[in-house]
Design a protein around this ligand. Sequence first.
Ligand code: PLP
Length: 393
Amino acid sequence: MNKPIYLDNNATTAVAPEVFEAMRPYFCEKYGNPSSIHRFGGSVAADIEAARREVAALLGATYRDKDNCASEIIFTSCGTESDNSAIRAALAALPERKKIITTAVEHPAVLHCCEELTRQGYTVELIGVDGQGRLDMAALEKAVDENTAIVSAMWGNNETGTIFPVKEIAAAAHAKGALFHTDAVQAAGKVKIDVVDTDVDFLAISGHKLHAPKGVGALYIRRGIIFTPLICGGHQERNRRAGTENVASIIGLGEACRLARTQLDEEYNYLKNMRDAFERKIAAAIPRIRINGDLANRLPGTSSISFEGIEGESILMLLDVFGICASSGSACTTGSLEPSHVMRAMGIPYSAAHGTIRFSLSRYNRMEELDFTAEKLPAIIARLREISPFWEN
Ligand code: PLP
């Protein structure tokens, strides 16, 4: 197969060559255990601390205490673990409070964790969004009360790219003494993040969404929070996440964060310009489409487009014939193709929600690839509409 046109970067990204090179020595040369007393292991521990400082720097966790800021970061196995750790730690920190507030459009890493917690006696309240995926702030402010332990709201949505007003949400949580967690898995490295300015208590990121490998993530835990670990065992990560460190991947995550930080503005503009040009081309060439999300405030490389009257899966299959990789807004459940919970929460009509495709870009995409995709799409959509029982002219 020829090199694919990979437009599914919100699912996962390629490891950056610089990241791969930074990781390389940690397999066969610097393989010491960072917990060892000897210098061979100790030097690896020092390298992990350097990676931690890079993660802290990307998240703006450097302003509070320059020397020790990195102690607010722990390494985890993925974004899902970071989300679960934050939510459960908040409940342990405020044991008398039994309510969790989150949003209807969170990733399953948050939603299913909360669902599980309802079986343990917690109440979960989901805050809705409008047709553009913008959070109902009035409902959120009304919902937070003295029984709320944690508010968890994502920074940027993985399907539509819509960015939530994290600073205001944090303020609403804190006004009632609740903690605030944000899932920044899709936002980290794409938009500026400043944990001090936004006043968040926990923030989750994942390596494989920003050109580090799969199987590594990080969690920011604001200094002073009593943190109960999700995984218990050895003393790694200052007793906050047991288990021998995934050294090479941690080094990779550090390098990925450094790269993202040093080219943040440039990459933002590059992705946004490419995405916007692509959407303009599609809108000009194909009737009855809808571009989903908060068009004024989206992650730069995410484009969610609903093509009325057809099914997303068929579009994906025909795109695949040309080597184009994207993803649909549907989750295949029990044999029926249900529109995603995000599309449903936004109230996108079924006939459009079914035909939703997410194109998600990275620094490695080129405009030619998007031009090629925009060139192929009109015929694909026309052909599918011709044979679709849902399409009415
Ligand atoms: N949160 C969001 C918003 C995501 O998009 C994802 C992955 O798609 C996750 C959490 C889970 O991250 P991981 O795959 O590292 O567990």
